[in-house]
Design a protein around this ligand. Structure first.
Ligand SMILES: [Zn+2]
Length: 165
């Protein structure tokens, strides 16, 4: 196993020029649900420096629900669901991922049972997944009714975001 990076050394240059964020002036009550893929990092930090960000594999709404409910208590009323092109969650199915994990752990019943309990919520159709996540949030009883929910696709190659719902 590789050794963990020493983040205190890696962040020294960042710390030397650091300015604390002015959240009071810039907070707009916006939240973005987006993938964990590192290719979206620069978009998030450049375009959304003061948004509340919920990240999970695929940027799926169900996995972000807990974060959305908590964020509504700090006045989030604008939630953008962003899925991106070439997302890893488009490249396998939940069943195929379960099978792979079981094959990697042959005969391990605890692993087999645990992996069956996870809904990986893979993506078959990028715009369709955005629309279904927007519908899910708009219909969810724990999402406040005055919340604006929008859906977007972020193009990794072009660095461009397009509204789909
Ligand atoms: Zn992704």
């Amino acid at each position: 196993m590789s050794e963990a990076a020493d983040y205190s050394v890696l962040s020294a240059e960042f710390t030397s020029s650091y300015e604390p964020p002015d959240i009071e002036s810039n907070y707009k009550g916006t939240m973005v649900v987006i993938c964990i893929d590192p290719r979206v990092n620069s978009f998030v930090s450049s375009v959304l420096p003061y948004a509340v960000i919920a990240r999970n594999a695929g940027g799926r709404a169900k996995a972000a629900l807990r974060d959305i409910v908590v964020s509504q208590e700090i006045a989030v009323r604008d939630v953008a669901v962003v899925h991106h092109t070439d997302c890893g969650m488009c490249h396998f199915s939940s069943d195929s991922l379960r099978q792979k994990i079981k094959q990697d752990n042959p005969g391990d019943e605890v692993v087999a049972k645990s992996v069956e309990e996870i809904d990986f919520d893979h993506i078959e159709d990028l715009e369709g997944s955005v629309r279904s996540d927007v519908e899910y949030l708009k219909a969810h009883p724990l999402v406040k009714k005055d919340t604006k929910v929008t859906g977007w696709v972020y193009d990794i190659k072009a660095g461009k975001i397009t509204r789909v719902d």
